[in-house]
Design a protein around this ligand. Structure first.
Ligand code: G3I
Length: 381
């Protein structure tokens, strides 16, 4: 009898730990990969990241995929022509391998965080098309071949499509985004990038990654771009929908359209940068564009000292609604990656406005699980 009582006491003490011990990667193992980012050693405001050990612990425990937030972007990995700084990327990959994390390389070709030297000749004028193509290929060959066989997915081209809203919401049009890549090389820079990346690592799956795909013209343009590349034998393996969301926008209908149309087009989908801001949208037009920066406005920073429970409950509902959709389309979704490990380290605090306090992720500033975390896990329990 005593033995049985002891067993009950031990079980009731230990069991809740097992029940609570279910992690995101385990809960979603039959659906898709669950990823997060490697924040690296510098925070967005350029101060040292003191929380990297804690972030690594959570990443290893909860996730099975990792994307570098900044260290693989051209500005950090090739700050000067021919000068490559691989130390942090090497470390991230070793960490990933030690913890069985799928690795996503981010990113090879982007308008932002690309040093100016790429586009300039030795007299400071615009570089020629031929030289820029050579620089593009050299960058991709060097970075991709260094990690050949060790990076599972690459965000090869990032954010190459723009939406013109000047004619009003109903008459939006999408086109190639105006960037030095487009202006100097023409749209072929995209094809060159994918072909070069594939030559450097034929086993890596190559993605096209963009934000605001919930805007229909942008989604259609991106899917047409992928279809065109595929029809010409360009190796492209999927679409990345960043998923920088707000509490109320974009609508679930618009999100569902991304999942549905991508599936209809037979293009595997990755949710690459998911977060749900609880702050008012500081952009004139909803966007994750990093080009825009605004002066801090207190009206747009309502929770500097803590977020009300009511808002956390709203956020949990929003995450639950979004994940319900993702589960419906999980046969076409390979991965869902959160753009941040915890609320204390999020780009939302410094973009598009420096000095705000946002709460966009599943883990809070005390490294505790939020209602949003439980909502996401509970859907698959
Ligand atoms: O390290 C430099 C430092 O040398 C310089 O002195 C300082 C001056 O501001 O900047 C430091 O760089 C910062 C960088 O993060 C590294 O910490 C930048 O200011 C800061 O703006 C930059 O922000 C990153 C942003 O991309 C830049 O474009 C965010 O951390 C990162 O989360 C964000 O991620 C992007 C994705 O790559 C693509 N999709 C949108 C997403 C959110 O904007």
């Amino acid at each position: 009898m005593k033995l049985m009582t002891n067993a009950i006491v031990i079980c009731s003490f230990i069991l809740p730990f097992f029940v609570n011990a279910e992690t995101l990667k385990e809960a979603y193992k039959d659906h898709f990969l669950m990823g997060t980012i490697w924040h690296g050693y510098k925070l967005g405001n350029d101060s040292r990241n003191r929380y990297i050990v804690k972030e690594k612990g959570i990443t290893a425990a909860e996730f099975n995929a990792v994307t570098p937030e900044n260290c693989m972007k051209p500005m950090f990995i090739q700050p000067e022509e021919g000068v490559f700084t691989f130390a942090e990327s090497d470390e991230m990959i070793e960490f990933a391998e030690a913890n069985n994390l799928v690795v996503v390389g981010h990113t090879l070709v982007w308008k932002n965080q690309t040093p100016a030297w790429f586009f300039l000749d030795d007299k400071g004028g615009q570089v020629s098309r031929e030289v820029l193509i050579e620089r593009l290929k050299m960058h991709i060959r060097t970075v991709v071949s260094r990690y050949r066989g060790r990076i599972d997915y690459w965000d090869v081209v990032n954010e190459a499509v723009a939406v013109d809203r000047s004619e009003g919401k109903r008459n939006q049009t999408a086109s190639y985004k105006s960037t030095p890549w487009l202006e100097i090389i023409g749209p072929e820079y995209i094809e060159i990038a994918y072909r070069t990346a594939h030559e450097a690592d034929p086993s890596a799956k190559l993605l096209y990654n963009d934000y605001n795909l919930d805007t229909e013209v942008k989604l259609d343009f991106s899917l047409a771009l992928i279809a065109d590349l595929k029809s010409r034998g360009v190796p492209i393996a999927g679409l990345g929908y960043q998923g920088h969301l707000f509490l109320k926008e974009p609508s679930l209908t618009a999100i569902e359209r991304v999942l549905r149309k991508t599936k209809q087009a037979d293009v595997p989908l990755h949710i690459t940068e998911l977060d749900v801001s609880v702050l008012p949208n500081a952009w004139e037009h909803r966007s994750a564009s990093v080009e825009e920066r605004f002066k801090l406005d207190k009206k747009l920073n309502p929770y500097p000292d803590g977020v009300p429970q009511k808002i956390l409950a709203e956020q949990a509902k929003r995450y639950s609604d979004v994940f319900s959709l993702l589960l419906q389309y999980s046969d076409n979704i390979e991965r869902v990656t959160f753009w941040g490990v915890w609320d204390g380290n999020s780009w939302r605090d410094y973009r598009p406005m420096l000095g705000r306090t946002d709460y966009p992720l599943l883990i809070d500033r005390k490294f505790e699980k939020k209602p949003a975390y439980d909502a996401v896990i509970n859907l698959v329990k």
